[in-house]
Design a protein around this ligand. Structure first.
Ligand code: ZN
Length: 254
């Protein structure tokens, strides 16, 4: 049961009811940038986001694999200044999903975000389709580094490019443009979606393939889209919710 709800739309109330009635392990959440914007992390693709800001190169180009290879110094300037938001804290959506996992309701969170906020909130089964800023590897010897170690290595480097003690460049385990998504993650995501009965897609218009194609694996009863703006998926959804996602997920089950 959901506690008495005030000041929420009928659609939000219905989503909460579906979550409350969801059988154990039958809910999957698939989230995008909009989940993190309420934690103060800018949305890459929104007009107010990173890509509208001014840099010597277009931001899309600066987070591409070829740019990383050709201009590591400029890549890390941009990456560390604009892509890292290490002070950001989980919001009500992250926290509720972690709670729903601990209650056995939500079995997986699939995310396009790289900020690690779902884990910070306590979720364990998180499939990070675009990688994570918290994992970093030496390209030469494969040694792993935390993001703080990467920043230390960058501070110690004359040109601002973080390097391992072996001399190799430390690369964030983040999927750059021109790089494929991890097959294993895609398979895990597809399996989780295929075996769920309630799929909630939040904070993304899912117009980025191949992530967008994952939704076709869903064969359950309730496909819900939570997004402030309309998305191409709305026509396939059983329910569309257009309220802020932190607000939608700010509720208590009794
Ligand atoms: Zn190394």
């Amino acid at each position: 049961m959901v506690k008495v709800q005030e000041n929420v739309s009928e659609n939000t109330a219905l989503l909460r009811q579906w979550i409350a009635q969801c059988k154990p392990g039958q809910m999957v959440f698939f989230g995008g940038a909009g989940v993190s914007t309420e934690s103060g992390i800018p949305d890459f693709r929104s007009s107010n986001g990173l890509f509208a800001q001014k840099y010597p190169y277009p931001p899309e180009e600066m987070v591409s694999h070829s740019f990383f290879e050709a201009h590591p110094q400029e890549f890390f300037d941009f990456y560390c200044d604009r892509m890292l938001a290490l002070d950001a804290q989980p919001n009500a959506c992250h926290r509720k999903l972690a709670q729903l996992e601990s209650q056995g309701i939500c079995k997986a969170v699939i995310t396009q975000n790289i900020d690690g906020l779902h884990q910070a909130a306590g979720s364990n089964n998180v499939i990070e389709l675009h990688g994570s800023v918290h994992r970093n590897y030496c390209q030469a010897c494969n040694k792993s580094f935390s993001v703080y170690e990467l920043l230390d290595a960058r501070a110690a480097s004359e040109d601002g490019v973080p390097r391992c003690s072996c001399g190799g460049i430390i690369k964030p385990d983040v999927v750059l443009y021109e790089e494929p998504l991890n097959d294993e993650d895609l398979t895990r995501a597809a399996k989780a979606i295929a075996s769920s009965n309630l799929l909630v897609i939040g904070g993304t218009s899912l117009n980025v393939y191949p992530a967008a194609g994952l939704v076709r694996y869903f064969a359950g009863d309730h496909l819900v889209v939570v997004n402030l703006a309309a998305t191409p998926l709305d026509k396939n959804a059983d329910l569309c919710v257009t309220e802020p996602i932190g607000q939608v997920f700010n509720f208590d089950l009794t």
